[in-house]
Design a protein around this ligand. Structure first.
Ligand code: GLP
Length: 261
């Protein structure tokens, strides 16, 4: 695992946007399979998305040959509902860049048969040739996508029941009321994320410090599903200084030295 420590949230966002843009650019816009990019929602990636949009406008970063697969979607919300992850993605990225609309995919949370929609999502990822880069965030309880504590580390896209903690944490997107946060979601599995060629995780703030410690210093554990990154040969975590508060001084020094700091 590579751990990159930046000063604050803005610096994390800038670093992550530059990383993603470099990967997109390395594929080019010519013919051939689109660059497949797994994407997260939540507060943490908002700064990264804002920067990617700016790079599109000012630095000719093109999404014409990109195909995105979001990590998760609430079940029971129509895509146009303001609380849906489709709406989130449209307002932060999809409608603001030249990504072909047919290349912007999320699990179908309004499908009549969510189990079949989960299988179809895995098939769509496979048909696209797998995910080149999966970008993610982490919940304060260490979850990745909506793989709540106790999720199988071999899991694939499926229906999950959200924990009270997660509904509480996401209530700010639903007028502050945790009861309005859907109780179910379709989410890619830990195994789906691990199958990507590369993983980039964004971690910001003291509220994520315990999760970061579990991911970096403790063992692979299904109660902190983001610790699955330890099993991946090309996983990068970019965090701010506040998120490192629960790490050992030795750990922080080691990773800083590797980055030449
Ligand atoms: C939700 C999402 C996760 C995200 C997490 C943290 O549970 N399903 O993908 O990582 O929230 O979100 P935030 O960045 O808002 O703290």
């Amino acid at each position: 695992m590579r751990l990159v420590i930046r000063k604050d949230y803005d610096a994390v966002s800038a670093w992550a946007a530059a990383f993603v843009a470099a990967r997109i650019r390395s594929r080019g816009t010519g013919p051939g399979r689109p660059f497949t990019l797994g994407l997260p929602t939540g507060s943490t990636p908002e700064g990264m998305y804002a920067r990617l949009v700016r790079m599109h406008r000012e630095e000719s970063l093109s999404f014409r040959n990109v195909a995105t697969f979001n990590m998760d979607e609430y079940v029971g919300l129509p895509p146009e509902d303001p609380g849906s992850y489709r709406s989130y993605m449209r307002s932060r990225l999809f409608d603001l860049v030249d990504l072909p609309p047919e290349n912007a995919r999320l699990p179908d949370g309004s499908a009549e048969d969510p189990a079949a929609a989960a299988v179809a999502y895995e098939r769509a990822i496979a048909d696209a040739g797998g995910i080149r880069l999966f970008v993610g965030g982490v919940g304060s309880d260490g979850h990745i996508a909506f793989n709540e504590p106790g999720s199988s580390l071999a899991s694939r896209t499926r229906l999950k029941t959200l924990t009270r903690e997660t509904r509480q944490a996401n209530a700010r997107f639903f007028g502050g009321d945790p009861e309005r946060v859907p109780a179910l979601a379709l989410t890619v599995g830990v195994g789906t994320i691990l199958a990507a060629d590369e993983i980039l995780l964004l971690v910001s703030g003291y509220g994520k410090a315990r999760a970061l410690r579990a991911m970096v210093e403790e063992g692979v554990n299904h109660l902190w599903t983001a610790s699955c990154l330890q099993l991946h040969p090309k996983a990068v975590v970019v965090c701010d200084e506040a998120a490192t508060d629960e790490l050992r001084v030795k750990t922080v020094r080691y990773f800083r030295e590797i980055e030449g700091e």
